[in-house]
Design a protein around this ligand. Structure first.
Ligand SMILES: Cc1cc2nc3c(=O)[nH]c(=O)nc-3n(C[C@H](O)[C@H](O)[C@H](O)COP(=O)(O)O)c2cc1C
Length: 384
């Protein structure tokens, strides 16, 4: 109540008008006058000058106003501190997540129902087109020894001179964590959603999965390593040629908490968020950017671009495409059809390949009317 009254004084000083002050303070004018009269009675002095309308503060009133401003400012600051603390509490679980090395994990790990909920959380990650471009493999306890053998064999393939200690370590990667999952990125071909967005969706899903584990109180870490690129191991795990074995998620109770982060170092955030400053790119740079737009492939796509007998090309991640601005879609059911330049501008970001040189010939072909014979007679995939 006292703060409300002090706030009214501060507002009255700013507005210099009873009606507006009452409105802002959400009280009636009569109630405002009554509150002020009560305060004057307690103070023993008039606070505002008498007269019609607002005539200003008395000298004693000015002193009260000074205290009111100080108190009001301190109160506002305190409120802000409370709000900031409440805001932070809301995201505290996200801010507190840390990866926990398998060496720091112990049994029990999450049970089947908890793992299922973690995957549910992963499925709630943003996912353009709901393509679900990822999947998770779970290795049950009875299969761990077999997996350990496969890890050991992979280590031998990679390093024929691996020591027994190295091989034991490779096996331990499969046996040590109480729960072990493989996270596989599975980009979908023949969709308008660019493969880059599918990768982001997969990353977001992984983040949700790890955060869900943290929320359950488990330690978790995602580790990839060379073995993820081993063709034999990939095949043994059933990772398809279009897929990418992103890594293995170890899960368990936290036996030893990871070392504390240095509190004084702003973690990653320093450059993660910055305001946009309008820029005017120079013309040459803008032209270069336009020319190369859509030609970049992120590293690690499932396979290199392939040139297709349909005179399109594709890396399995997007429709057949040409660099010229026309898009050729080959589909078993609908047959070929040509898309116009304006259509391409909408699908442009879905283009998949580095086409600078190799696409020149297909461009010519793409300009042929539908059904016209191909200028190029060969039917074999062209080298990229
Ligand atoms: C896809 C993926 C693969 C990773 N592979 C490895 C790895 O092989 N070795 C490693 O030390 N960290 C790896 N990391 C990083 C760790 O999982 C972890 O994020 C890092 O140690 C930082 O710890 P923090 O999550 O507590 O910030 C990988 C992370 C991701 C997302």
């Amino acid at each position: 109540m006292e703060m409300d009254y002090l706030m009214c004084l501060v507002v009255l000083d700013r507005e210099r008008d009873w009606a507006r002050t009452a409105e802002i303070c959400e009280v009636s004018e009569a109630a405002l006058a009554q509150t002020l009269a009560a305060a004057e009675a307690r103070y023993g002095h008039a606070i505002v000058r008498p007269g019609p309308g607002f005539q200003g503060f008395t000298p004693e009133g000015e002193r009260v106003l000074g205290w009111a401003k100080d108190l009001y400012a301190a109160h506002a600051e305190l409120q802000e501190v409370f709000h900031a603390s409440q805001r932070k509490a809301r995201v505290a679980p996200l801010l507190a997540r840390r990866s926990v090395s398998p060496k720091r994990l112990c049994a029990p790990g999450p049970d089947a129902a908890e793992v299922e909920l973690m995957v549910q959380a992963a499925l709630r990650a943003p996912d353009h087109g709901s393509l679900h471009p990822w999947r998770v493999l779970e290795f049950h306890a009875q299969e761990r020894a077999l997996l350990a053998d496969r890890f050991k064999q992979e280590k031998r393939r990679r390093d024929p001179l691996a020591s027994p200690a190295d091989l034991r370590l490779a096996r331990e990667h499969a046996t040590r964590p109480p729960v072990l999952l493989a996270f596989i990125v599975s980009p979908k071909a023949r969709t308008q959603v660019p493969v880059q967005e599918q990768w982001l969706a997969a990353g977001a899903a992984l983040g949700n999965l790890l955060n869900a584990a943290h929320q359950f109180g488990y330690g978790a870490i995602m580790l990839s390593g060379e073995r993820c690129h081993d063709a034999v191991l990939r095949a043994e795990l059933g990772v398809g040629p279009e897929e990418f074995l992103a890594g293995f998620v170890s899960l368990g109770s936290v036996a030893h908490a990871p070392p504390r982060e240095a509190a004084h170092q702003p973690r990653r955030g320093a450059l993660a968020l910055e305001p946009w400053h309008p820029r005017t790119p120079d013309r040459a740079r803008a032209r270069r950017a336009t020319a190369t737009a859509g030609l970049n492939r992120p590293a690690g796509l499932p396979r290199p671009p392939m040139f297709h007998p349909s005179e399109g090309c594709c890396d399995g991640s997007a429709p057949m495409c040409h660099a010229s601005g026309e898009l050729l879609v080959g589909d078993r059911k609908t047959g070929r059809r040509f898309l116009t330049r304006s259509r391409l501008s909408r699908t442009r970001s879905g283009r998949c390949c580095r086409l600078q040189k190799a696409a020149r010939r297909p461009i010519q072909a793409a300009r042929r009317p539908v059904g016209a014979p191909s200028a190029s007679s060969h039917k074999e995939p062209r080298p990229a």
